[in-house]
Design a protein around this ligand. Sequence first.
Ligand code: SIN
Length: 537
Amino acid sequence: MTGQSKFRRYLVDINSTSTNQLFTDCLIIGAGIAGLRAAIEAANNCNIIIVAKYKLQDSNTFKAQGGIASVLNESDTFQSHINDTLKTGCGLCDEKIVDLVIHQGPELIEQLLSWGADFDMVDNHIATTIEGGHSHPRVAHAHGDKTGAIIVENLINKIKQSPNIKVIENFFAVDLLTNDSGDCLGIIGHNAAKGRQIIWAANTILATGGGGKLYRETTNPDVATADGIAMAYRAGAHLLDLEFMQFHPTTLYIAGASRALITETLRGEGAILRDKNGNDFMKKYHEDAELAPRDIVSRAILSQMLETDSTHVYLDIRHFDKKHFAKRFPVINELCENFDINISKEMIPVRPSAHYMIGGVKTDDTAKTNIKNLYACGEVASTGLHGANRLGSNSLLEGLVFGKIAGRYASKHKNADASHLKHPLIKYQTPHSDRTRLDSVDVTNSLRALMWRNVGITRKAKPLAEAQVIIKFWQRYVMDKVFDSLQGWQCQNMLTVCLLMAQAAQKRRESRGVHFRSDFPETDDKHFKKHIELIRR
Ligand code: SIN
């Protein structure tokens, strides 16, 4: 499936002889849990460069509140975690991958603990809590709801101890470089301190995260603009399941405030969803009420908003012990204080928003993509763990496990093909078009609003088709430009991925997991118990 107007292999002109160059055995793009863990693993075997779009701390992982899911209690079993993951994935999980990730979890979490990650403990064991879809408490957390930040700081500390790892912050990876056979040779990007640079690498690991920012309403930080998926697609990587975007039911909804995540573990620990009239409504939609799977809670909230003619619903934690809450959920506590919400007296306004990209670059069980020398891990990858719906807190686990796997395999074969390091001359020139002056930030904002309206929580044929027409129109005058700024490249990446998402959502004429079609509300195993694969032709 193509449909991209005026497809360009690279977003910028390239002349490799006149561009500043760096060389490494293994290049890692992205610094969330997967990228950092990959770097630590690969550094056992070779030299690494890790590039981050902004600071090392600017990742989705850093913002993660709820935690990391794994079998950490004696009362829990691997089989139970596997069953919960498969059930949530609605028939599209890869059972081999589920088995692999879940079995490796406890050891890798214990390893983090041994490296100094300060998980919350009870009786000398890692404390766990519950989230929707889990049949046991198995979500580990750190400093209450600062789990992601604590894990990232721990991994950064570890990275600083390795002489083999060079970190470059404020580096925007524009495109993967490939040779005539399509093999990956590294990247061309923009280093804020040094300008345009090429990094030649024997192996490259994409760990760029997801694309929550493709939507107007999102829990994600600015970094999440799906750049990795777009550049992989341009380079010829196969993509899977882009229609599966997970929406988080509870995002703070205050006009003017950033749409901060209100962790699901709050509901796990007793928070109640109420509409604007104060009615608790979740039992009406699902027997597990507040702990029903996320897609069900998100749609229930939308229905209730419609029924009560409201822009949001509320999370009620007025019955929580205030002191315990401040300690257990310090991030949300501070957020509420900043907006003068007295949690003992008032409820927290929330609504659903885009949260996690389940689809991505197709990989195998060694994190390899179809492109030689290119690996992918974390949210940018589609490993098969999540199927059509992700079980809460399984993504940090996946990042940890597949980060390690990607690091191991991408460093193992560093000398396998020495000729690969005889870098070819790459010259690429695109016709420059100045036929319109463009405000790429305005295009980006319009695109995010369109995605929210037409490719959001509830989809149907006409709005999906309309979204494609509009995106293709915008592409006509955005994709022919050669930008020299992050905003411009991001806009081009977002247009590329949004079109693919709308196309995939149109193709899946059924409802499954996070993908709900009001015109095809049933799951149709006969025609759609399969992945939707997108390949640039
Ligand atoms: C949350 O804390 O609710 C988010 C956890 C996740 O998305 O895995």
